[in-house]
Design a protein around this ligand. Structure first.
Ligand code: ATP
Ligand code: MG
Length: 375
C-alpha cells in the first residue's frame, strides 16, 4: 500500500489528469504530472510538473523517480514513455494493457480471445481486405483506424455502393478495424476499479448519448434497462478487467441491442467522460477510485448516493461570448466543473454540468435546459 503523503504521478495533463490530481490531493497525496504545457488543466493543480517537450522519455523517467506509483489519463501514450516509467515505479495500467488498448485491432483480438461479444468485424491491412470486408460483413460498415482515433476521428462510414478501397485510402491506408454498424437501442458504459489484489468494484451501467461522435449526455444509473442487463454488463466488464490483469480504472463502452444483447464497443483503461457524474452522484467517484486502485488502498462503494446526469460543455458554448455561469450555479441541484482551458475551440471539452435528481432522466432534462441557458 502506498499511503497518503506519498507522491502519485499521472502521464498526461488534461481534464482527466486534473480530476485525478484533485482526488489524490483530497486523500493527502502529493502529485506530479507529465505535461505538454505548464498551464495544462492538470499542470495547474499538481504539486510538480514535468514538461514532456522534445524529450518525453527522459521527462517521464524523471517524473517516475519523483513518484511512488504512476497512472495515466489517456491510453495513447508512447510505449517508450510507459516503459521508462515502469522501469522505476509501478505503472498502472502497465505496458501490456496499453499495448492492447492503444490499438483497436489488438483490442479486438484480445476481446475475441476471452469470448467477449462484439460487432462482426475484420482487421484490414489493404484495400483488397477493405473490399472483401464490405462484401462479407454487409453494406453498412464503419472503418476505424486501429491507432489514435478518438471522438469519432479516424472513422469512415460505408453504405451500399460505397467505394471501400477509397474509404480505406481516406483513412491513410494504415491498419483498420472494419465493423458492422450496430442498430443499437442504447449505448452503455461500465466503469470499474481493480486493485493488484484482484479486488474489483464495479459501478452500475451509465447510459450515454453521443452527438457528432462526442459524448453529450450521461444518465446514471442507466434507467429502464431490460431485466438482467445491468448484471450482465457488469459481469462482462469484470471478465475483461480480469483478462487484462487491469490495475486502475477501466471503462468498457457497450451497445445494448433491442433484444437485450450486449456488444463491447471499446475499452478505455482509465477514468471515462461518462463517469464524471460519479463525482457528485456516487459514494466514491471514479477518480478517487483510481487513486485507491493505483495506491493499493481498499476500493470505495460504487453505488449511487443519488442518481444524476451529466452534460458536456464543449467549446461551442462559448460561441456567443462568456457563458452565463451564474445561471447554472443558481440551480440548487447543479454542479459546474470547468477544466481551466483558456482556448474554447468547437468540439473541445471545456467542462461539464452535473444535476442530481431521484430520476436520472429528469436530471438529464434539467441539465440540458441549464446548458441552453448558458447563452
Ligand atoms: P471515443 O471518444 O469514445 O474514444 P472513438 O472515436 O474512439 O470514441 P468509438 O467509440 O468507436 O470511437 O465510436 C464513437 C461513436 O460512434 C460510438 O460511441 C457510437 O455512437 C458510434 N459507433 C461506433 N461504432 C459503431 C458501430 N459499430 N455501430 C453503430 N455505431 C457505432
Ligand atoms: Mg468510444
Amino acid at each position: 500500500m502506498i499511503l497518503p503523503g506519498a507522491t502519485l504521478g499521472v502521464l498526461g495533463s488534461g481534464q482527466l489528469g486534473r480530476m485525478f490530481v484533485i482526488a489524490a490531493c483530497r486523500l493527502g497525496y502529493r502529485t506530479a504530472v507529465l505535461a505538454d504545457h505548464p498551464d495544462d488543466p492538470a499542470a495547474q493543480v499538481a504539486n510538480e510538473v514535468f514538461l514532456a517537450a522534445d524529450q518525453p522519455v527522459a521527462a517521464a523517467a524523471e517524473l517516475a523517480r519523483a513518484c511512488e506509483a504512476v497512472t495515466l489519463e489517456f491510453e495513447n501514450i508512447d510505449l517508450a514513455v510507459a516503459e521508462a516509467v515502469a522501469q522505476h515505479v509501478p505503472l498502472h495500467p502497465g505496458p501490456r494493457v496499453l499495448h492492447i488498448a492503444q490499438d483497436r485491432g489488438e483490442e479486438r483480438i484480445f476481446l475475441d480471445s476471452i469470448g467477449a461479444p462484439t460487432a462482426r468485424h475484420r482487421i484490414l491491412e489493404s484495400e483488397a481486405d477493405a473490399v472483401a470486408a464490405h462484401a462479407e460483413l454487409g453494406s453498412d460498415l464503419i472503418f476505424k483506424t486501429c491507432r489514435s482515433g478518438y471522438d469519432g476521428r479516424g472513422q469512415a462510414r460505408l453504405h451500399a455502393g460505397s467505394d471501400a478501397a477509397e474509404a480505406f485510402r481516406s483513412l491513410g491506408g494504415a491498419r483498420c478495424l472494419a465493423e458492422a454498424v450496430v442498430p443499437f437501442e442504447r449505448e452503455l458504459s461500465v466503469i470499474l476499479a481493480r486493485r493488484e489484489s484482484g479486488e474489483t468494484a464495479v459501478y452500475p451501467p451509465f447510459h450515454n448519448v453521443h452527438r457528432r461522435h462526442i459524448l453529450d449526455v450521461t444518465e446514471w444509473p442507466a434507467p429502464d434497462l431490460p431485466a438482467g442487463a445491468a448484471e450482465r454488463a457488469e459481469e462482462l466488464a469484470r471478465s475483461i478487467a480480469e483478462g487484462l490483469g487491469m490495475v486502475g480504472v477501466l471503462c468498457v463502452e457497450m451497445f445494448l441491442e433491442a433484444d437485450g444483447n450486449l456488444l463491447v464497443n471499446e475499452l478505455a483503461p482509465r477514468p471515462h467522460n461518462s463517469g464524471h457524474v460519479t463525482i457528485e452522484a456516487a459514494w466514491t467517484d471514479q477518480f478517487e477510485q483510481q487513486v485507491r486502485a493505483v495506491a493499493g488502498l481498499p476500493l470505495g462503494a460504487t453505488g449511487p448516493r443519488q442518481p444524476g446526469a451529466m452534460v458536456n460543455l464543449l467549446g461551442d458554448v462559448f460561441e456567443q461570448g462568456t457563458p452565463d455561469w451564474a445561471r447554472a450555479l443558481a440551480h440548487p441541484q447543479a454542479k459546474l466543473h470547468l477544466y481551466g482551458k483558456r482556448e474554447p475551440r468547437p468540439g473541445r471539452k471545456m467542462g461539464h454540468l452535473t444535476v442530481l435528481d431521484t430520476d436520472p432522466k429528469r436530471a438529464a432534462s434539467a441539465a440540458l435546459v441549464l446548458r441552453e441557458q448558458l447563452n
